[in-house]
Design a protein around this ligand. Structure first.
Ligand code: ADP
Length: 488
């Protein structure tokens, strides 16, 4: 039995449409919340992949004009998720990804596309769709940021509101002249409204109007209140500090389960870790590397961007070679970084391998076969790949920032003595310190008993959604209207 209903407003959701960790969170949190007696209805744009995937779709509301065309709100399910999709062909029926077309440029009407998502969110949140009365509206990232603002300016029934920042780098800022077109009143264009440095700021609006703000780790919650990482919104976040929390993400343990994963060659677990080696040799062979289990194999699964420190990684290739180690990289992103990785692989066949692209199966194979997973991010709100790595027994070697700092226990002398390490951290985030971390990792690799202990520690960490789901449920109960609140 659930006693609280949450409307999650989000621009991507696994398994229907995913560009990054946001989709993973949107898809995995709802099932985990059921154990907390919270039912989630997820509102998403009706991209082609979403409408194609929806099971038993049923029309629940019609709009004669939603930002320039007729639209239908469709309710259906997928993989146990309760979904509302906005079927608005003029906004979402396009090739390419959720945010940009095949040419890589943002859609010119993204302001309208995601204002529509937010406005429908506010309508459903306010009880405007019969049969659905959410207690809480949970807005994810800038694409949903206007929802708390619309609720504020429209008045009427108001659910509790939570705004979650998955990455401060993406804020959804648009030309001020769009105010009327986005159905926002003239007086909303103020510092106490949606205005953001002369633009309309979608994320800023959500941060200003939501009852509670969360981000995806306690360390990132602190970092974004500083000028260095607040991306110009640190002042607002400092004033809202009393309602700002960090809750780390989990991973979906059914999708990421090395004991039952049909994307990898050999199943294994913390009780049977030896069976892991088949994945390593298969991975080495697949990437054209020498298939020798003795060589330390580093892996990377990442968007190829400045944020992820991929330039630092390129600078560390020489150190990988000096250490006699190997490196496999899966990723896509900035053309210069893609080219750099291709060149490194071409220059060092047998030792460095890369696949440019997005590939779930290869991601699982790297997690299952690499000995260590490198995450040299300059900033990292939470990070999911290091959680997958721990579950799959690849020791995470991470920059000590954001959620990476909060989820990996550095195997320093104290941790080794206490038997508690789960990976390695380095700081500051420079090429020199990354190289030093690679050397520390190689030194640990030379001590098989110590390595095995760290690997088992990592595999036995609770990286599930259980604890975070409890924290979100408690937060929802704080903001739900009193009438719908009951003691947990
Ligand atoms: P971000 O959301 O900033 O990209 P996260 O670590 O939070 O980073 O989440 C990234 C998610 O996307 C993980 O599930 C990771 O496995 C996946 N991923 C990233 N790049 C690729 C890729 N090239 N192929 C397959 N999966 C990828």
């Amino acid at each position: 039995m659930t006693d609280l209903t949450v409307l999650s407003v989000v621009s991507e959701i696994f398994p229907l449409i995913k560009t990054g960790g946001l989709a993973d969170v949107a898809g995995a949190l709802p099932p985990a919340l059921e154990a907390e007696r919270v039912h989630t209805i997820s509102l998403v744009p009706g991209y082609p992949a979403v409408l194609r995937g929806l099971v038993d779709p049923m029309s629940v509301h019609r709009f004669s004009d939603l930002f320039g065309g007729p639209a239908t709100l469709v309710r259906g399910t997928v993989a146990g998720l309760d979904l509302l999709a906005i079927d608005a062909p003029h906004l979402y029926d396009r090739p390419g990804g959720p945010y940009f077309g095949p040419d890589g440029h943002d859609w010119p009407d993204n302001a309208q596309r995601f204002a529509a998502l937010s406005e429908v969110g506010a309508l459903v949140g306010a009880g405007g769709v019969s049969g659905i009365e959410p207690d809480v509206l949970h807005a994810h990232d800038w694409q949903a940021g206007l929802a708390p603002a619309y609720l504020h300016y429209r008045g009427g029934r108001r659910p509790g509101t939570v705004m979650t920042v998955h990455n401060m780098a993406f804020q959804g800022r648009f030309w001020a002249g769009l105010l009327g077109a986005l159905h926002l009143p003239p007086d909303s264009f103020s510092i106490d409204g949606v205005e953001c440095y002369g633009d309309i700021g979608f994320l800023k609006a959500g941060l200003f109007f939501a009852d509670r703000i969360t981000t995806v780790s306690p360390t990132y919650a602190a970092e974004i209140q500083t000028p260095a990482w607040g991306m110009a919104l640190d002042g607002l976040l400092r004033t809202r500090a009393p309602v700002l929390r960090g809750i780390v993400n989990g991973i979906d343990e059914t999708v990421w389960n090395p004991a039952a994963d049909n994307l990898i060659v050999g199943d294994f677990s913390s009780d049977h870790p030896k069976r892991r080696v088949a994945n390593k040799t298969s991975l080495q062979a697949w990437f054209g590397l020498e298939a020798t289990p003795e060589r330390l194999l580093y892996g990377v699964v990442s968007r190829l961007t400045w944020q992820k420190g991929v330039d630092l990684l390129l600078g560390a290739v020489d150190e990988v070679l000096r250490l006699g180690a190997q490196l496999v990289v899966l990723g896509a992103g900035e053309p210069a970084l893609e080219a750099g990785l291709r060149a490194a692989a071409a220059a060092h066949p047998g030792r460095i391998g890369c696949v440019i692209g997005y590939d779930e199966a290869v991601a699982h194979q790297i997690q299952a076969g690499a000995d260590a997973l490198l995450v040299p991010s300059r900033f990292e709100p939470c990070g999911l790949t290091q959680l997958c790595a721990m579950r799959y027994g690849a020791l995470p070697v991470v920059a000590r920032v954001g959620g990476l700092a909060d989820t990996v226990i550095d195997a320093n002398e104290a941790a080794l003595a206490a038997g508690t390490g789960t990976g390695l951290q380095f700081s500051p985030v420079t090429g020199e310190m990354l190289a030093a971390a690679l050397r520390r990792t190689a030194a640990l690799w030379q001590q098989p008993d110590v390595w095995r202990r760290l690997q088992l520690n990592a595999m036995r960490q609770d990286v599930s959604w259980r604890r975070p789901a409890g924290q979100y449920a408690a937060l929802y109960r704080e903001v739900a209207p009193a009438a719908s609140r009951s003691d947990p």
